[in-house]
Write a protein that binds this ligand. Structure first.
Ligand code: NAD
Length: 438
C-alpha cells in the first residue's frame, strides 16, 4: 500500500473506521449468538481454519449447579448457578461472578467468551470464564447473600484453582462477596487468597482494584480521543449505570477535562446540563442507594439518557441496551462500552453507518481484569504493590492495547471492534495451536 493510500485510510478511520458494509438488518441475537457473530467476523477477517473456528467458538466446560439456601423466613429456596470456562489456551480461566435474575446459561456463556477475547486483547496470561447465579440480590438480606455465595463456591470449587480458574466480582457482587468466596474455598483447600481477585485489601486485595475498570475506561478514552480527533476539554458525557464501573468512571473522567451531565441506575437517571457534582451524587448514593433525586438535578429516564446530545456515551450497566430500536437516535459522537455487550450487532452496524466509533467492551473495560491479574500476581509472590505502581502499570497495558487496536483498525480499514477481535482471535489461536489443541 502506498503512503498516500495509508494516509487516506488512517484519516478515514480517524473519523469513523471503515469496514464491511454495515448490515442493520441483522436480527437481534442472544448474547452468545452476538459474541459468536463478532467472533465469526474476526475469524473470517484473519482467515482462521475451519477446525480452529470450531474449537474457539465453543466453550470448554459448562457447569450448572443447584444452590439450595435457607432464607431468613425459614423457606428453602433453590437457585441455579453457572460457571462456564470458555478457553484456557493462554492461561487459567478468569472471569467475574454475576448475581442477577437474567443470569442464564446463554448470558454466562457469552460473558465467558468475551473474557477470552478481552484477556488476549490486553495480553495478560489468562483464559476466559464467567459465573452467575440466577437470583435477585437486591431482595436478599446480607445473610442470605452470604449463604448463597458460600454454597455456590462449594458447588463449583472443584473446577476452580489458583492455576485453573480464578473468579472476580461482576454485577451485584463486590469485594465482600469475594471475601466469602475465598473463605469458603480456603476452608476446604487451605488458605488460598489467590483463588479470587477483587478481594478487600485487608485480605490480600490489590490497591486500585476497586477503581480499576473505571480507571481503565478513562485511560482508554484519553488515548482514543487523541487518535480519533475528539476533543475532551469540556466534553459532555452521559453514563448509564452507577455501580462499580459507572461510578468510578464518573469520578475519574474529570481528569480528562470532561463534564458528566447525566448518570443513571436501575431506579432511574439524573441530569444537570452544566455538569453534575459527581462526588455529591456518589455521597447521595451511599445514603439512599440510588442516584435518583440527588440535589440540584432533574430526572431523566434510562432510555432517554442513551439518546442525549452528548459527546461521549458510556453504557456501564447491563448488556443489550443499544439495539436496532434506539441506535439511530444515539446522538453521541463516541460510544465507550464500559459494560459488557451493551451494543447489539444490529445496533453496532447502525452506529457504524452513522460514523459513530464504538470502543469495544473487550478493550474499554479490560482494566478490571488487568488489575485482577496484578492482584493474583501479588498474591502468588506474597508481595504488595503501592497504588501508584498499580495505576502506572494499568495505564501502560491499556495504552498499548489501544495503540494495537487502533493501528490494526487503521491498517486493515476495519472498525475498532473487528480489529480488537482479530488481534484476540489470532493470539488465542496461536496459543491453542502451540499447545496442540488443533
Ligand atoms: P454493579 O452491580 O456494581 O453496578 C451495576 C449498575 O447498573 C448499578 O448502578 C445498577 O443500578 C445499574 N443497573 C442495573 N440494571 C439496570 C437497568 N436495567 N438500567 C439501568 N441501570 C441498571 O456492576 P458493575 O460491576 O459496575 O458492572 C457493570 C457492567 O460492567 C457489567 O456489564 C459488567 O459485566 C461490566 N464489567 C464489570 C467489571 C468489574 O470489574 N466490576 C469489569 C468489566 C466489565
Amino acid at each position: 500500500m502506498g503512503a498516500e493510500q495509508t494516509r487516506a485510510r488512517a484519516e478515514a478511520a480517524t473519523v469513523a473506521p471503515a469496514g464491511p458494509a454495515p448490515d442493520a438488518s441483522v436480527p437481534e441475537m442472544s448474547p452468545f449468538e452476538a459474541v459468536s457473530h463478532f467472533f465469526d467476523l474476526a475469524a473470517e477477517h484473519v482467515d482462521l481454519s475451519e477446525e480452529m473456528r470450531h474449537v474457539l467458538r465453543g466453550t470448554y466446560r459448562e457447569l450448572r449447579v443447584q444452590v439450595p439456601i435457607r432464607m431468613d423466613d425459614g423457606r428453602l429456596e433453590v437457585f441455579t448457578g453457572y460457571r462456564v470456562q470458555h478457553n484456557g489456551a493462554r492461561g487459567p480461566y478468569k472471569g467475574g461472578i454475576r448475581y442477577h435474575p437474567d443470569a442464564d446459561l446463554d448470558e454466562v456463556r457469552a460473558l465467558a467468551a468475551l473474557m477470552t477475547w478481552k484477556t488476549a486483547v490486553v495480553d495478560i496470561p489468562y483464559g476466559g470464564a464467567k459465573g452467575g447465579v440466577q437470583c435477585d440480590p437486591l431482595r436478599m438480606s446480607e445473610g442470605e447473600r452470604q449463604r448463597l455465595t458460600r454454597r455456590f463456591t462449594q458447588m463449583i470449587s472443584y473446577v476452580l484453582g489458583v492455576n485453573r480458574d480464578v473468579p472476580a466480582p461482576d454485577v451485584n457482587t463486590d469485594a465482600q462477596t469475594m471475601a466469602w468466596m475465598m473463605d469458603a474455598y480456603s476452608s476446604r483447600y487451605g488458605y488460598t487468597p489467590a483463588i479470587v481477585t477483587g478481594k478487600p485489601v485487608e485480605l490480600g486485595g490489590s490497591y486500585g482494584r476497586d477503581a480499576a475498570t473505571g480507571r481503565g475506561v478513562v485511560y482508554t478514552l484519553g488515548e482514543a480521543a487523541k487518535d480519533l480527533g475528539v476533543s475532551l476539554e469540556g466534553a459532555r458525557v452521559a453514563i448509564q449505570g452507577f455501580g462499580n464501573v459507572g461510578s468510578w468512571t464518573a469520578r475519574l473522567i474529570g481528569e480528562l477535562g470532561c463534564r458528566v451531565v447525566a448518570v443513571s441506575d436501575v431506579r432511574g437517571g439524573i441530569i444537570r446540563e452544566d455538569g453534575l457534582d459527581v462526588q455529591a451524587v456518589y455521597d447521595h448514593v451511599r445514603e439512599t442507594r440510588s442516584v435518583v433525586d440527588a440535589s440540584g438535578t432533574e430526572p431523566v429516564s434510562n432510555e432517554d439518557l442513551l439518546e442525549l446530545d452528548v459527546d461521549v456515551l458510556i453504557p456501564a450497566a447491563l448488556d443489550r441496551v443499544i439495539t436496532a430500536d434506539n441506535a439511530d437516535r444515539v446522538k453521541a459522537r463516541l460510544v465507550v462500552e464500559a459494560a459488557n455487550h451493551p451494543v447489539t450487532p444490529s445496533a453496532d452496524a447502525i452506529l457504524q453507518s452513522k460514523g459513530v466509533p464504538v470502543i469495544p467492551d473487550i478493550l474499554a473495560n479490560a482494566g478490571g481484569v488487568t488489575v485482577s491479574y496484578f492482584e493474583w500476581a501479588q498474591n502468588i509472590q506474597q508481595y504488595r504493590w503501592e497504588e501508584d505502581q498499580v495505576n502506572a502499570e494499568l495505564r501502560k497495558v491499556m495504552s498499548k492495547a489501544w495503540r494495537n487496536v487502533h493501528s490494526r483498525a487503521t491498517v486493515d480499514g476495519v472498525p475498532l471492534r473487528l480489529a480488537a477481535f482479530a488481534i484476540a482471535v489470532e493470539k488465542v489461536a496461536r496459543a491453542a495451536q502451540l499447545r496442540g489443541y488443533v
